[in-house]
Design a protein around this ligand. Structure first.
Ligand code: 9MR
Length: 355
């Protein structure tokens, strides 16, 4: 028969055991993801690194960094022909000091370009404004950037073209060939980097997303058939907690088609917009976490997925103009850590998805 003393001893041992589990040093997402062979990381900005609370959280949570805006052309080449790598280099130094790898975002985009660029593209030697930039920037980071978003968001089926390409100033000036040229130039300048096509329209379940998925598969298939050096698809992963949701079946079938092309898959900019939800923070946090989990479960189920990055780590720095209005005075809660860098339900949902 179990004596009272034995019972108390056993209860005590169980409590000690629980305490020792709880006392296991708090693992960050980077360690939890690493056990599954996945890199977890996030976008950041150099001004954020000066915040010691945030920098410590970043070092603990992230195994890969990307630049939220400091490696866009507007930041790197504000003055024609003179390159400013200070932002990217600052982030890279932090990444290296903490044993992280580093992504490049982004070489060619229709947004965040210096104001002189579109005029310059009217000149006869316009192509050089595309290729010289890629060669200089990808060359500067060769061997240090492990993957590049070579072109960003070049698809936009709503623009009405049969090939689904966005009718950007790049396309108007060069035709679709500028995309191939960008990848080939990046390949020569950065032969060791994984070259990524990055976009945002394939995640959700709406009819527009069906068109986006179809356009993306055709774009990738055709480009690979032409010998364009694309190694991976970047799925940005911008979700909405109270808007259109992920359709897991459609997403899964799409990812499988991408994998069968021999491509790797990265989640490059995941966050969950909580605008439109109720005031109650707990309800919003739950909805954000659930949306993240539904998405990541499918993304991680596909063996081609190698990395997950969130677009920022903490709600601390989200305050761009417009956000507060959209949320009627409420602060957005769209990232794994709250504005005090404490873990939110989204962090736990991600940890479970990785585990
Ligand atoms: O979060 C980025 C913001 O700070 C910049 O002002 C903006 C324009 O450069 O870009 C944002 O990041 C975008 C990313 O580069 C591409 N996908 C959509 C992202 C969120 O808007």
């Amino acid at each position: 028969m179990l004596t009272r003393r034995l019972f108390l001893e056993m209860a005590g041992a169980a409590a000690t055991l629980r305490a020792s589990f709880a006392a296991v040093p708090d693992e960050g997402l980077r360690a939890i993801a690493a056990r599954r062979g996945i890199l977890y990381g996030c976008a950041a900005a150099t001004y954020e690194l000066k915040d010691s609370t945030f920098a410590a959280a970043l070092a603990q949570e992230a195994a890969i960094l990307s630049a939220e805006y400091e490696m866009k052309r507007a930041a790197i080449e504000p003055v024609r022909g003179s390159y400013d790598f200070s932002g990217g280099d600052g982030l890279l130094a932090f990444a290296r000091a903490h044993g992280m790898s580093f992504r490049g975002h982004t070489l060619v985009w229709h947004h965040s370009n210096p104001p002189w660029l579109e005029d310059a593209l009217q000149s006869a030697d316009a192509e050089a404004f595309l290729t010289n930039y890629i060669a200089a920037v990808a060359g500067h980071y060769e061997g240090r950037v492990t993957s590049w978003d070579v072109v960003n968001e070049v698809l936009q089926p709503q623009d009405g073209r049969a090939d689904g390409l966005r009718n950007s100033f790049w396309l108007k000036r060069f035709g679709p060939e500028y995309i191939d040229l960008a990848f080939h130039t990046a390949r020569s300048a950065a032969p060791h980097a994984m070259l990524v096509y990055n976009d945002w329209g394939c995640e959700l379940g709406a009819p527009d997303n069906d068109r986006f998925r179809a356009a993306t598969l055709k774009f990738l298939d055709d480009a690979l058939a032409r010998g364009v050096p694309i190694h991976a698809l970047g799925m940005q992963g911008h979700l909405s907690a109270f808007g259109t949701q992920v359709d897991q079946k459609k997403l899964s079938a799409f990812l499988e088609a991408v994998r069968r092309m021999g491509l790797k898959i990265l989640v490059t900019e995941h966050d969950v917009d909580d605008s439109g939800g109720p005031l109650d923070v707990a309800v919003r946090d739950r909805a954000v976490a659930d949306a993240s989990r539904r998405f990541l479960d499918v993304m991680l189920d596909n063996p081609a997925t190698i990395a997950v990055l969130t677009w920022g780590l903490s709600d601390r720095f989200i305050d761009p103009p417009g956000w507060r209005d959209r949320l009627a005075g409420r602060y957005p809660r769209m990232l794994p850590l709250d504005s005090d860098c404490a873990r939110k339900p989204m962090w736990r949902a991600m940890a479970k998805a990785f585990a």
